[in-house]
Design a protein around this ligand. Structure first.
Ligand SMILES: CC(C)(CO)C(=O)C(=O)O
Length: 354
């Protein structure tokens, strides 16, 4: 790794105390990798799955780690408050929840587990500007930003199907509340730790890389998330179907160019070649269903604002024309309205008959 800060001496150091919030497909694999590094002890905060995971652990079928039965991190707890042990501050808190700013504040959620000036906050989540409220709430803590390309989902009660390798890109989201060199050092430490868990016995693949320019990396990931996620959700198609339908040429690629134009206008343009790369990296028989489509199908809220709403607000501020993305956004907002409306009607129905 060439980020200029490695922790070669870490085997002699104490294990890092890590809290992981959001043990779904992405989070559970992250907790497994961190534990496999041998350098960390992970406390995983689970809510609805607490009882089952405490009793049976996770059954994991992983392209990167093989088959594991009944796997658990060092500690499993049912709330953030229960995660906290006096005088044992967390070195890192890794957040892999959905980003739904209109529903809840991530900063408020994790507050009890963050020690001011000590805990580094690692956001492995999709979306734009997700770091802003974290920095406002914790101005003296390092904020580490991560984008993940992984195929991993929860199946049934306690099973994780991990069928697309873990490719994690990590960088500092620098802010003025702390010494820059210290923010960089904490980020390097986390990258080294995670990378150590992607090699060694029982590990087939997976990688964690460091980036100097996290903002470009985030916009690069939006080339995928603002387009594949939203179009597949709107059309109820998996990745292969969207590509085969002709939509790749007429909708997907033009929409990616719109994302690129916004990124360029705000000064964080990724390499143009990434558009072709993302549009053609999956085969047409790829049955992958982007996370937003899975959310819709499973009656969960969609990450529409951080994936599309925020980039479109930046487009407006910078007079960038986005005909496809703006239409897709309005259609998905209408879809969201329909779902909310139906839910409200169902609640009323139940109340009338009870
Ligand atoms: C690119 C991918 C598949 C990585 O997990 C994703 O971000 C999503 O489906 O939302």
């Amino acid at each position: 790794m060439d980020h200029g800060n490695t922790l070669n001496s870490i085997p002699n150091q104490r294990k890092r105390n890590i809290c992981l919030v959001g043990s779904g497909g992405v989070g559970t694999i992250a907790s497994l990798v961190l534990e496999k590094s041998g350098r960390a002890e992970v406390t995983s905060v689970l809510r609805s799955k607490f009882a089952v995971i405490k009793e049976r652990g996770w059954d994991i079928e992983s392209v990167d780690h093989g088959w594991l039965r009944g796997w658990r991190p060092t500690r499993v707890v049912s709330s953030i408050v229960d995660a906290v042990v006096p005088n044992e501050p967390f070195d890192f808190i890794v957040i892999t929840t959905k980003q739904l700013p209109e529903a809840y504040s991530v900063a408020e959620l994790v507050k009890p587990a963050v020690s001011p000036g000590h805990t580094s906050i690692v956001l492995i989540q999709n979306g734009l500007d997700i770091e802003v409220p974290i920095i406002a709430a914790f101005p003296n803590n390092t904020v580490i930003s991560g984008i993940s390309m992984i195929g991993s989902r929860v199946n049934g009660e306690n099973c994780i199907i991990h069928d697309g390798p873990d490719e994690l890109v990590i960088g500092t989201h620098f802010h003025d509340g702390m010494d820059r060199a210290l923010q960089h050092q904490k980020t390097c430490e986390f990258v080294d730790l995670y990378a150590a868990g992607t090699v060694g016995p029982g590990t087939i693949s997976g990688k964690c890389t460091f980036t100097e320019d996290m903002l470009v990396a985030r916009w690069q990931k939006l080339l995928w998330n603002s387009t594949f996620n939203t179009l597949c959700t709107l059309l109820k198609m998996d990745v292969g179907e969207l590509q085969s339908s002709g939509g790749r040429e007429t909708l997907l690629i033009p929409a990616m160019w719109e994302v690129y134009a916004i990124a360029k206008a705000v000064g964080h343009a990724p390499a143009k070649e990434m558009i072709h790369h993302y549009a053609y990296r999956s085969s047409n028989d790829c049955r992958y269903r982007p996370s937003m489509l899975l959310d819709l199908e499973n009656n969960r809220p969609m990450e529409l604002e951080v994936l599309l709403g925020t980039p479109l607000r930046k487009a407006k501020e910078n007079s960038v024309s986005t005909p496809i993305l703006s239409t897709v956004y309005e259609l998905l907002k209408a879809e969201k309205w329909r779902i909310d409306h139906e839910k409200a009607a169902n609640i009323l129905d139940t109340q009338n008959f009870s």
